[in-house]
Design a binder for this molecule. Structure first.
Ligand SMILES: Nc1ncnc2c1ncn2[C@@H]1O[C@H](COP(=O)(O)OP(=O)(O)O)[C@@H](O)[C@H]1O
Ligand SMILES: [Mg+2]
Length: 451
């Protein structure tokens, strides 16, 4: 696909898109003051305080930045010109009128982690350095009074205060914005006419920013644009194509995530990487076991039917019902999974009342022992098997991808602590197999012997 270059006259209302020069030809030097090869537009009043004329170039999709909307969301793979285009837009807007701009990200240990350097670089490359005052923490336009500040949402929730009067918030690397920050951010930016620009490389489907903009129902007044390296007219002038091709050959999954902007399905923090999907011919002598995890509040309850084929090293999860149902409807759900009322169900012992109730209506149900460390013991035990999940288990299938170890987001190191989410059906599988999990030496279940 041939890249398009947008020629836009700064301070003018005229926008022209023209075809980029052929691939072999270098793009013209970008951008310079005065007539730089862009269309000559002498009929536009110089709104620029310094009287400069600037032609600037942006990939065509980023023209949407100049439209009016509450949210402008740009997501896609590496090298799509997301960061550079937004920085260009912000520098332009700040020199046109008085705006307070807050550049935020989840983690910002120091200004070196912020977008300050990129904004600084854009001001220089647009030839507008004489119009700005760049201090250690801020960038200010001398004439319009526009001000850029740079904050990390993680360290300093009070920095969020600075968002209250802001006209434009740029949330960079928005896939790492956590739920707490996300939920504070949007209502805090409440000045009439204010806008939020989001840029990110997609990571996981359930990251708050993806859930917000990429679910079926879109938030109102939003421009949501998927971009790719083909939308970046400068891409083939960088070193990035080589890096991309190298990864495309060596690690195709990772290439799809990093460069094509697909969700990371090979996320190394996933707990169960030993999972396959499909049907399994269970040997006749293997009996099913049943596990039940009760839901609290909005959490769902989950009932699973598991065949532990220990001889062949297979755990087959054949059936599952998961949903948020009140206690009185649980029997109907359980009946869809078990074969007969005598089947033994091991349930979450945190809900003794619910267990008593189900027992009183005729189920053979007991609470899981849940010894100290049993979550890790159960996970480690399950990781020793081929786990096969049948197509009748949609929730477990989903949780196989989403149940993860905690990852230190700064160092990217995977910690040996499970994230307490997306684990409802997995908990049910652990309970179902609990009595089979060999007790670790020294733990509570060990038997003392005298010889
Ligand atoms: N407006 C621009 N002017 C000059 N180079 C650009 C511009 N936009 C993008 N580039 C080049 O493309 C590269 C990738 O752009 P970047 O904004 O970092 O992409 P993304 O944020 O989508 O990963 C930059 O490092 C730069 O070399
Ligand atoms: Mg970027």
């Amino acid at each position: 696909m041939a890249p398009w270059v947008l020629w836009r006259r700064l301070y003018g209302s005229q926008v022209r898109a023209s075809r980029a020069p052929e691939a072999e030809e270098p793009l013209p030097d970008l951008p310079t003051i005065g007539h730089n090869g862009g269309p000559a537009l002498d009929d536009v009043d110089g709104i620029d305080p310094s009287g400069h004329k600037v032609s600037l170039h942006l990939g065509e999709k980023f023209l949407a930045l100049f439209e009016r909307a509450r949210h402008k969301a740009f997501f896609g793979g590496r090298g799509s010109a997301k960061s550079h285009s937004v920085a260009t837009y912000l520098v332009i807007v700040s020199s046109q009128r008085n705006v307070r701009i807050v550049c935020c990200r989840q983690f910002q240990n120091s200004l070196r982690d912020s977008s300050k350097e990129l904004i600084d670089q854009k001001i220089r490359s647009l030839g507008l350095l004489d119009q700005f005052s760049i201090t250690e923490r801020e960038i200010i336009h001398r004439k319009t009074g526009s001000r850029f500040t740079f904050i990390g949402l993680d360290r300093n929730p009070t920095a969020m205060k600075s968002l209250e009067g802001c006209d434009i918030a740029w949330v960079e690397e928005a896939s790492s914005i956590n739920r707490t920050s996300f939920e504070i951010l949007i209502p805090t930016i409440r000045k009439p006419g204010s806008q939020i620009i989001w840029t990110w490389n997609p990571d996981k489907q359930d990251d708050p920013v993806d859930a917000y903009f990429r679910s079926e129902i879109k938030p109102p007044d939003s421009i949501i644009v998927r971009v790719g390296f083909e939308d970046n007219p400068w891409f083939f002038q960088t070193e990035m194509p080589n890096e991309m091709w190298f990864m495309q050959q060596g690690n195709h999954e990772r290439y799809k995530h990093i460069w094509l902007g697909e969700y990371d399905t090979t996320f190394e923090g996933r707990i169960f990487t030993n999972v396959e999907f499909g049907y399994y011919d269970v040997p006749e002598y293997v009996a099913p076991r049943y596990g039940l995890d009760f839901g609290f509040g909005t959490d769902p309850s989950s009932i699973v039917k598991v065949y532990p084929d220990l001889d062949n090293g297979v755990i087959y999860v054949e059936r599952e019902i998961t949903g948020s149902v009140p206690l009185r409807q649980l029997p109907a759900a359980i009946d869809q999974v078990i074969e007969s009322n005598g089947d033994w169900i091991v349930a979450d012992s945190a809900q003794p009342g619910a267990i008593d109730h189900l027992r009183s209506v005729g189920y053979n149900i007991t609470g899981a022992v849940k010894a100290q460390g049993s979550i890790k013991t159960g996970i480690n035990w399950l990781k020793g098997f081929r786990i096969i999940i049948s197509p009748e288990c949609p929730n477990l299938t989903k949780e196989a991808r989403l149940y993860t170890w905690q990852v230190d987001r700064r160092t990217k190191q995977v910690l040996s602590v499970p994230v307490d989410a997306h684990n409802h059906s997995w908990d049910a599988v652990r309970y179902a197999t609990e009595s089979l999990q060999t007790v670790a030496p020294g733990s509570r279940g060990a038997v003392k012997m005298s010889l």
